[in-house]
Design a protein around this ligand. Sequence first.
Ligand code: UN1
Length: 515
Amino acid sequence: MSAPTATPAALSQARTRASESAPREYLNLIGGKWVPSRSGKSFENRNPARTSDLIGTFPDSGPEDVDSAVQAASRAFTSWRLLPAPRRGELIFRVAEILRERKEELARLMTREMGKVLAETRGDVQEAIDMAYYIAAEGRRLAGVTVPSELPNKFAMSVRQPLGVCSLITPWNFPMAIPSWKIFPALVCGNTVVIKPASDTPGSAHHLVEALVEAGVPDGVVNIVHGGGSTVGIPLVTHPDVKMISFTGSSDVGKTIAERSAKTLKRVSLELGGKNAQIVMEDADLDLAVEGALWGAFGTTGQRCTATSRLIVMKEIHDEVLRRLRERASKLRLGDGLEPGSEVGPLINRAQRDRVHSYVEIGKAEGATLVLGGAPADQGALGEGAFYPPTIFDGVKPTMRIAQEEIFGPVLSVITVSSLEEAIQVLNGTPFGLSSSIYTRDVNRAMRAVRDIEAGITYVNGPTIGAEVQLPFGGVKETGNGHREGGPTVIDAFTEWKSVYIDYSGRLQKAQIDR
Ligand code: UN1
């Protein structure tokens, strides 16, 4: 009889348990080598559900580390750009397979460093897997346009070319999905990258880069430099050899990046803040609308750029919607995302918890009615983390700061309206335009909303969260600068067009003149 063999899932869980106990020293990846910061400085990564839990230390890097990484990426670009795109795609496909095998282990590690509950971190890893499969196939497309020439014996087409070294700066709320939205398309298009993940969640990006190394990515094609915004982020934006910057984060930082990169005319793709709203019409399926609002507002503890932070409700159904919402939200279980039964994890850190609470104070001072939550949850074990309960304000006026500014926490503002026109006007009345939603059974109203809402994403009878990788992702107004991640559109962000004319007439032909 042969000895029992461990299944991949069991091995993965064993590795997780081992790694959950011991803090680990993580390094930068520069030119294919794992190295500490030049200064030797490092920073800590702690579990936001239990800040006594030290996950590991990461290099606290500086401009000199950025420079080495950009140089390594520039060197690697000379050969990576010449590797046929289908081969680059095959490498990304191998990454998908590696992530799929480790999904559970990676999700657990992510919950430990970011806080969101396990079902959601599994979704985060899944989004990276989805993106890897989607983009791997793009290696056999990267389509250009081929069109007739106006002249005889002349061929006209256009091809896509890589940009060079891309700086990728990613946030902590989707610690693997968002890096994957940027790294995979950048690579399949033939670019090389330097990534700086958020210093609250450096581990998940590290694990993604490890998977790329294991899949066989050549030295220098992917580099990771850990550290802060001013010490690593800004040098990555201003470095003369960087050709493109892709950033996801706050609108304020996005504007700084746009200003700092404007002097060198670098391409900049920005995915910034949101103040997303869900409209509930009086004909809506109210159970469905309340389910959607709960998931949109309190899923990921409200820390999604697509999170629902305003609920715009028709006056006829206001009381009923609020009653059901309050009842359901008050039962959501706060807790460590690794504990079975937890439905709402902690905020990313105490500073964010303080910020959320300061918005609650602002809402009260502005005259909104607090109907649920509104104070940090620090009873018992929750006191060791950065927990904040689902919080609902009623009687919110569209111009109040809590209805205008991105809070990035579990705070929902309920606004009452009396017509679809007013609902859309209120929805559009913020500086942002990322995601939006309308619940109605009336197709005419749904189609008017789809047409008139100013946002990059509109859901009908679905919450504001839950975008899929194969459609463009991004927003209008201060949510971005016109670029889109995901979908075929992400290829536009990471390539230059080259138009190619091939004259096989054997004579000088003059466009616009010979006719
Ligand atoms: C984000 O909040 O930055 O659509 C990304 C969603 C997720 C991605 C959110 N698929 O909610």
